[in-house]
Design a protein around this ligand. Structure first.
Ligand SMILES: [Zn+2]
Length: 382
């Protein structure tokens, strides 16, 4: 069966007709007109997903297959590819959590195609309160290549990135080994000084994880790890644009400094995608998910308990606040993160997997998904 999709290209706004057949892009044509406000583009890639819809990649499930729901729910929001993110824990628990994702992909073909990597965030991060964020202090440790190599093997090559802090001795050689093994190193949850950050970049670190979060609430005016990461030419950066983790003006500045190197992650926790209410969370204890999407400690709206938004909601925060235009917002959640791992990726290439989204831009500038294509099927929206 062949499907024709017509809309403005998410690259340049020009009308495009894309023909999809057997899960692949069959033809791409420029056309004269298309429905106003309908856009077509590459599916979203979210490289930081802790959980979604009540399900958690950071806890051991009695029914591993239940985790497949995360892929399905995210797909209906346009996320055609995501990285389960496993945070600081005991080495044994991290092994077990990796094993769980590997097993899930073996049993569930849709999850297999949606989960395109694992992101290990920790345990080689800063032990210091503030930069460490909500990661368990007791399991934070110095980089240990033998341990990480064990996890790489257990993941059967699925670990594609690690977030670490280069403040530890031995970070440089650890980063070099990661790069040699094809694993992207991102700096995050860090208390490193300027020299340590520059050394890490020289050794091959290419990204900052959720820049502007996982920090002290007060820092020295200069030098500090924020200036250092902003100044580093070769560092791209991810941000959480849920409207709570970063004020709009910070995003504006990051955009000016990082330009095409700035991209989105959701960093969603298990409660993302759930109805508002009070919950018991694995990290944070008793929490409130407010109707505006803010997830905070019960009775303490100023202390965030993780991000409860998906990446589409991040795009929509950027659009509604006129922080970037539609093509840029879409690219920040799709080809930019994708190209960290596949630099030659060109959207709308004939013969390529048709991971595509058709979406409408609403009067408030936000995007509403019309259709999502993945693996020859149109995904039901929900
Ligand atoms: Zn984090």
């Amino acid at each position: 069966m062949e499907t024709r999709l017509i809309g403005k290209s998410f690259l340049d706004g020009k009308p495009l007709e894309v023909c999809v057949s057997e899960g692949k892009i069959k033809s791409v044509l420029s056309v004269d007109t298309c429905p106003e406000n309908v856009w077509i583009g590459t599916g979203f890639t979210d490289i930081q997903v802790n959980g979604y819809s009540g399900l958690d990649y950071n806890s051991i499930q009695s029914d591993i297959l239940a985790l497949g729901q995360i892929s399905r729910k995210l797909l209906s929001c346009g996320v055609t590819s995501h990285f389960p993110t496993i945070i600081t824990n005991s080495p044994e628990k991290i092994s077990a959590l990796i094993h769980q994702v590997v097993q899930l992909r073996k049993m569930d073909s849709l999850a297999h195609s949606c989960i395109t990597g694992i992101h290990i965030e920790g345990p080689f991060i800063s032990p210091v309160d503030g930069p460490r964020g909500a990661h368990f202090r007791e399991f934070v440790q110095a980089p240990d290549w033998n341990l990480f190599q064990k996890w790489i093997n257990e993941s059967e090559g699925l670990i594609r990135m690690i977030t670490l802090s280069p403040e530890w001795e031995g970070s440089t050689s650890f980063i070099e080994k990661c790069v040699e093994s094809g694993i992207l190193v991102s700096i995050g949850h860090t208390n490193a000084n300027h020299e340590q950050i520059m050394e890490a970049v020289k050794a091959g670190a290419r990204l900052s994880t959720h820049l502007g979060n996982g920090m002290h609430s007060l820092i020295a005016r200069h030098p500090n790890y924020l200036w250092s990461q902003l100044a580093a030419e070769n560092l791209s950066a991810t941000i959480i644009a849920d409207g709570f983790h970063l004020p709009a003006e910070v995003i504006q500045v990051f955009k000016k400094v990082k330009a095409e190197k700035l991209m989105l992650v959701s960093d969603s926790v298990a409660l993302a995608g759930m109805p508002p209410g009070e919950y018991e969370a694995a990290v944070g204890g008793k929490v409130t998910l407010a109707s505006n999407g803010k997830l905070h400690l019960l009775g303490n709206p100023n202390t965030l308990a993780g991000s409860a938004m998906n990446i589409l909601q991040g795009i929509n925060f950027l659009l509604k606040n006129n922080l970037v235009d539609l093509p840029e917002a879409w690219q920040m959640a799709s080809i930019r993160p994708h190209r960290l791992f596949e630099p030659a990726f060109e959207p709308f290439t004939i013969g390529q997997k048709a991971d595509l989204i058709l979406a409408e831009q609403l009067p408030d500038h936000s995007l509403k998904i019309i259709k999502v294509f993945k693996n020859e099927v149109e995904i039901p929206l929900g």
